[in-house]
Design a protein around this ligand. Sequence first.
Ligand code: ADP
Length: 178
Amino acid sequence: MTTPPRIHDRIELLQGDITQIKADALVTAANAGLRGGGGVDGAIHGAGGPEILEECRRIGGCPTGKAVATTGGKLAARWVIHAVGPIWRGGGQEEAALLASAYRESLNLLVSLGGSSIAFPSISTGVYGYPLEEASVIALDTILRFLRREPRVTHVKMVLFGERTFHAYQRALKSLSE
Ligand code: ADP
């Protein structure tokens, strides 16, 4: 009898640039207008090519807490999932629920597309200003809960840009494993 892989073996923390990652889907931290931007979104559109933005224009937009999929363009991914995280406004505007939802909706979309591997950046902790310590716990807790109930997602990579972000996610994963 084969035993399914342990939950913690299906999630990996990496420090680096998400555009270099191979997965069925790469998630970008998009804005609600899907207009492309700076940060990780700029990097993904830059590496994936104009086809992605053309598809975003056809889709038109995406509410905060939700996600939409486009082609992966020139990236080593079948799809880019554009997830819209909340802008931090002090914590009283449903930011935590909206951030969790952005991760969950991305994972649901991956499953509905038939994919099994996905790479995430740290949504909302750049220009959107979400405090890193809180965001890292929400991101990992949401992903771990999802993996517990959904065996079809076999690989989740959290691709963290910079040491500070990477270390925050390492601490969060450790705290959630205890
Ligand atoms: P948001 O607007 O949701 O805050 P940002 O793109 O400003 O999105 O930042 C989200 C996170 O993505 C930040 O931790 C930022 O350092 C990181 N980031 C920027 N470029 C990349 C990249 N190429 N790969 C992975 N993460 C990146």
